[in-house]
Design a protein around this ligand. Structure first.
Ligand SMILES: Nc1ncnc2c1ncn2[C@@H]1O[C@H](COP(=O)(O)OP(=O)(O)OP(=O)(O)O)[C@@H](O)[C@H]1O
Ligand SMILES: [Mg+2]
Ligand SMILES: [Zn+2]
Length: 332
């Protein structure tokens, strides 16, 4: 059964996210999915790592930059590793542009003025959410880029990923507040003008431009949220190993994903001990434990598509091995 049939025929999401506990195989599954989509479905694919600890380059065994880098040996596949520091700087730069776009003193006060802004920039650069905010910005950018049929996101371990998902909410709240303040200011300024005809103040058209920009930003955020919660466009796949900690973490992740209405279509149980005719004591014990964990996966994620990947003797590195994983995941 191919992926289409497995996922109910018509589903063909453009955005694919892989999440899960550290070390379970997110990067491996993201790489395998990207290779499969490019080679078997003839798509133009971009695989993006938003994990500060890059591993796509390890997985593909080739250098990957912060600009789309063609993957050697796979037609139609490119990869990017977002450099969190660089992306954070770009993000701070955008914040500064928003600030400068706001050529209104009272609104500038809201940002805390120039000194505060500098301070905030420093804080921002070192704040724990900055990687995700930067990654989110990249996501918005890629969303508008129609040169890819599919974009696969290899995310950072669970906690980070989930913070990333809360960004639209936070951003939207901030922009809404700014719009409200802006509208109030406009009313006040109009009132002042009607009372004191020669009162200064900005040109109305200039003011509207700022409001327009804010409104556009709000619409964009809403658009991202819509895309992320639309199962025909987005799929989040949780990767676990047959171990309690990984399963519990995925369960927590699923709750959060449900909260943000992000569709989860697949649970990948990676590194499952292969069944063998003659197992040694160690492998048999291990396998018995895993059987219990697999039942747990059934219990918690029974309504999702559950796929197993065996534990290979060697780590999954290089195209050949990635293809093997892809075949297990999506092959006949
Ligand atoms: N089925 C498998 N059999 C054997 N080794 C595997 C398997 N899947 C992944 N690995 C290996 O396990 C290690 C971790 O995999 P990977 O980097 O994909 O995990 P990750 O979830 O992205 O980790 P991180 O949280 O650090 O980003 C890698 O060395 C990878 O080659
Ligand atoms: Mg990884
Ligand atoms: Zn053994």
């Amino acid at each position: 059964m191919g992926i289409r049939e497995r996922l109910g025929g018509s589903r063909d999401p453009r955005y694919l996210f892989f999440g899960g506990k550290g070390g379970v195989g997110k990067t491996t599954c993201a790489a395998a999915t990207a290779v499969w989509l490019a080679e078997q479905e003839g798509k133009e694919v971009l695989v993006v790592s938003t994990d500060p600890a890059h591993s796509l380059s390890d997985s593909f065994d080739q250098d990957i930059g912060s600009e789309p880098t063609p993957i050697e040996g796979v037609e139609g596949l490119k990869a990017i590793e977002i450099d969190p520091e660089k992306a954070a700087e770009e993000y701070v730069e955008t914040m500064r542009r928003v600030y400068e776009m706001t050529d209104d003193e009272s609104l500038k006060e809201m940002f805390g003025g120039e000194d505060m802004l500098k301070e905030q920039e420093e804080l921002l650069k070192s704040s724990p959410g900055i990687d995700e905010a930067a990654a989110f910005q990249k996501f918005m950018e890629l969303m508008r880029d129609d040169s890819y049929d599919a974009i696969v996101f290899d995310t950072a371990p669970t906690g980070h990923t989930l913070r990333f998902l809360s960004i639209p909410d936070t951003l939207e709240r901030q922009v809404k507040t700014m719009i409200k303040v802006r509208k109030t200011l406009r009313q006040v300024s109009r009132m002042l003008k009607s009372i004191i005809p020669f009162a200064g103040g900005e040109d109305e058209s200039e003011e509207d431009e700022i409001l327009d920009n804010l409104e556009r930003m709000k619409e964009e955020i809403e658009e991202v949220r819509e895309i992320l919660s639309d199962a025909s466009q987005t799929a989040f796949r949780l990767v676990v190993t047959p171990e309690e900690m990984a399963i519990y973490e995925a369960r927590r992740a699923l709750r959060t994903l449900n909260h943000y209405e992000i569709p989860v279509d697949m649970i990948i149980v990676n590194k499952v001990m292969p069944k063998r005719a003659e197992e040694c004591e160690f492998c048999r014990t291990r396998r018995e434990m895993e059987e219990k964990r697999l039942k747990l996966v059934e219990k918690y994620f029974g309504d999702k598509d559950i796929v197993q990947i065996p534990l290979f003797a060697k780590e999954v590195r290089g195209l050949e091995r990635i293809r093997e994983v892809a075949e297990v995941l999506y092959g006949e």
